[in-house]
Design a binder for this molecule. Structure first.
Ligand code: NAD
Ligand code: FE2
Length: 382
């Protein structure tokens, strides 16, 4: 079967990328934006970097700023109402994965109203129309939601997150501007950066991986491996590097899928409201160990991309261990918890593993996963 690649129509990268928004809006003839963002980004003056540009250019917009981390279905429903009330004809999504994902779901329902219940969008939904046009401006360097064909919504009633995969949802334009990410506190920078590393590693070893996405994932691992530590310390050049690294990982994984790390992370976040990047990062070395036998020579190239020397003289067991150790040491250095002791209760394990197995990312895992395996993976971290 042929490999499909879906990417943004146009993307801007580097300092000043957000300035492209005004000309893009004017040249496309869009008339009014709904801005999807969250309350903290308003409070910390991140959203205003864009609204200042729109005000100066007298481009009209309405703000929808109620979006919560791990966004619930209710956020999508109120976003749809806000879009209609504003009589908007495009969306500017400003934020991390939560704001951009909510914007995607809103945009899809606006043009495909038969999916207005939101839950029916889970998995690969047969939408017929492109979503309302989105300009995505990421403020975290992690999810790459600005370039992916996925969005993740939380069903609070059922205590689960569900992944929606739909080429119709991809933002038309993304502006990946490191200045939008400079205000991230160290812990957010660390967790979102580890999310990006998880995308790159899971995307590299996932069942559907192929040469073009391998190229993207290895480059992303290299950039994240060399820059995440300094980015967490607030170094501006490293933050710019991370903005690019996470985007490149998104170009890859969005088109080939992920694996059981993300399935378990989705479950953990839905059940305990753990930040997505923290959840991904806690599982990563353990899941790498679990998948090692099913990854051929790939851990050698992961180790190399992470900066490990002399991999050519290592045995298979040695370079696999070296790759996992390099990931572990990065995760520790940036302050990620190394186990689930303070998060997971043993009595929840049955539900957590059922839910992980049912997640849309699980089939992409290089090793076929059973519920018993997932219970063991959780237990090894307790
Ligand atoms: N669409 C995809 O392909 C994809 C991929 C991975 C994860 N996700 C989803 O994305 C969500 C996580 O997104 P996230 O990790 O980017 O975080 P987020 O959007 O949930 O934001 C977390 C917190 O960080 C704050 N924040 C964001 N940027 C900031 C900045 N520049 N300065 C200060 N504070 C800032 C926000 O206000 C918020 O309080 C999860 O729901 C996850 O499942 C989606
Ligand atoms: Fe992720």
């Amino acid at each position: 079967m042929a490999n499909r690649m879906t990417l943004n129509e146009t993307s801007y990268h580097g300092k000043g990328a957000i300035e492209a928004i005004v000309d893009e809006v004017k040249s496309r003839g869009w008339s009014k934006a709904l801005i999807c963002t969250d309350p903290d980004l308003i409070k910390y003056g991140v959203t205003s970097k864009i609204t200042d540009l729109l005000d100066k250019a007298t481009l009209p917009y309405e703000l929808f700023s109620d979006i919560k981390p791990n966004p619930p279905i209710e956020n999508v429903l109120s976003g749809v109402e806000a879009y209609k009330k504003a009589a908007a004809d495009y969306i500017i999504a400003i934020g991390g994965g939560s704001s951009i994902d909510t914007a995607k779901a809103v945009g899809i329902i606006i043009t495909n109203p038969e999916f207005a219940d939101v839950r029916s969008l889970e998995g690969v939904a047969p939408t017929r129309n492109k979503c309302a046009p989105i300009i995505a401006v990421p403020t975290t360097a992690g999810t790459a939601a600005e370039v992916t064909i996925n969005y993740v919504i939380t069903d609070q009633e059922k205590k689960r997150k569900f992944v929606c995969v739909d080429t119709n949802d991809i933002p038309v334009i993304s502006c990946v501007d490191p200045d939008m990410m400079m205000s991230m506190p160290a812990s957010l920078c660390a967790s979102t950066g580890m999310d990006a590393l998880t995308h790159a590693i899971e995307g590299y070893i996932t069942k559907g991986a192929w040469e073009m996405t391998d190229m993207m994932h290895l480059k992303a691992i290299e950039i994240i491996g060399r820059s995440l530590r300094d980015s967490v310390k607030g170094d501006a050049a490293a933050r710019e590097d991370m903005a690019l690294g996470q985007y490149i990982a998104g170009m890859g994984f969005s088109n080939v899928g992920l694996g059981i790390d993300h399935s378990m992370a989705h479950t953990l976040s839905a059940y305990y409201d753990t930040p997505h990047g923290v959840a991904c990062a806690i599982f990563l070395p353990t899941v790498m160990e679990y998948n090692a036998e099913f990854s051929g020579e790939k851990y050698k190239y992961i180790a190399q991309a992470m900066g490990v020397k002399n991999t050519e003289s290592m045995s298979q067991a040695e370079y696999r261990k070296a790759a996992i150790d390099a990931v572990k040491s990065l995760s520790k250095d940036v302050g990620i918890p190394q186990n689930l002791k303070d998060i997971v209760k043993e009595e929840d394990l049955d539900y957590l593993s059922e839910s992980s197995i049912a997640d849309a990312c699980a089939p992409g895992n290089p090793r076929t996963v059973s519920k018993e395996d997932v219970i063991k993976l959780f237990k090894s971290l307790l």
